[in-house]
Design a protein around this ligand. Sequence first.
Ligand SMILES: Cc1cc2nc3c(=O)[nH]c(=O)nc-3n(C[C@H](O)[C@H](O)[C@H](O)COP(=O)(O)OP(=O)(O)OC[C@H]3O[C@@H](n4cnc5c(N)ncnc54)[C@H](O)[C@@H]3O)c2cc1C
Length: 232
Amino acid sequence: MESADDVTEDIREPLLRPADGGPLPEFRPGRHITPAEADAPGTTRAYSLTGAARSDTLGTYRLAVRRIDGGVFSPVVHRGLTAGARRLVTVPSGLFAIPVDHDQPVVLLAAGVGITPFLGHLEPPASTGGSVPEVVPHHGNRNRRTHPFADRLRKLDEAIARLTVIDHYSRPDAEDVIGVHYSAFGRVTAEHIDEELIRRRARFYIRGPQAMIDAVTAGLTASRRPEVRHLR
Ligand SMILES: Cc1cc2nc3c(=O)[nH]c(=O)nc-3n(C[C@H](O)[C@H](O)[C@H](O)COP(=O)(O)OP(=O)(O)OC[C@H]3O[C@@H](n4cnc5c(N)ncnc54)[C@H](O)[C@@H]3O)c2cc1C
C-alpha cells in the first residue's frame, strides 16, 4: 500500500502499487480486485476500482473501503494498514458494465460507497472525451460528512452534459442546505425516479444494501416494468 486518504469519516481510499514497481494490467471500468487479509488466511473481499483504468504505464490501483464495524477486513484497512503494508491482490475481474453508446438513458441508484463502480465508468470518458449515455445517478447518503466523492461527482456533473447527479440526504446536518449541498431529502426510493426516464425505457443499475435494492426494485416493478439489473 502506497498511501491511504480518508474520503469521509467511514470511507478510506487506499492506493496500491505492485511490490516490484512494474506496470499493472489495464481494466474495464466497473471491475473490482480482491485483496487477501494476511492476518486471516483465506479471507478475501472484493473492492471496486475507482481510479484510472487505462494508461501505458498504469502504476497504481485505487479503491474506496467503507469501515464495517465488526467486519473482518474493512476495519483492518482503516486501522491496521499503513504505507508499505503488503497484501496479495487478484487481477481486476467482474462483469458489470453500463452501455456507453446507447439511446436509452441509464439510471444509477447507489447508497454511500456503492457509487464506486459508477465513478469508474464516468471518470474516464470525462477526461478522454469518450462516449457517455444520458446518465442520472441517484446517490443516497446520510449527510455531507458521510457523502463520498461529492467533489469528484460535482466535477463530472459539470464536465458531462448528459449527466445529472441527484444527491439524497436522509439525515442532513443543520449546515446541509437543500438545493445547495443536496437535491432531495430522505432515502433513494422508486418515487424519486423521473417518469419520463421510465417512459424512455431507461436501464436501472442499483448498488447498495439489500434492503435498499429490495425496496427500490419493488417500487419500480409495482406499477412499471423497467429493466432492472442487480449488481452484487
Ligand atoms: C463486486 C463487489 C464490489 C465491492 N466493492 C466495494 C467497494 O468499492 N467498497 C466497499 O467498501 N465495499 C465493497 N464491497 C463489499 C466488500 O467486499 C466487503 O463485503 C465489505 O468491505 C465488508 O467486509 P468486512 O470483512 O469488513 O465485513 P464482514 O466480516 O464480511 O461482515 C461483517 C458484518 O457486516 C455485515 N456487512 C457486510 N458487508 C456490509 C455492507 N456493505 N454494509 C453493511 N453491512 C455489511 C455482514 O453481514 C456482517 O454482519 C464490494 C463487494 C462486491 C461483491
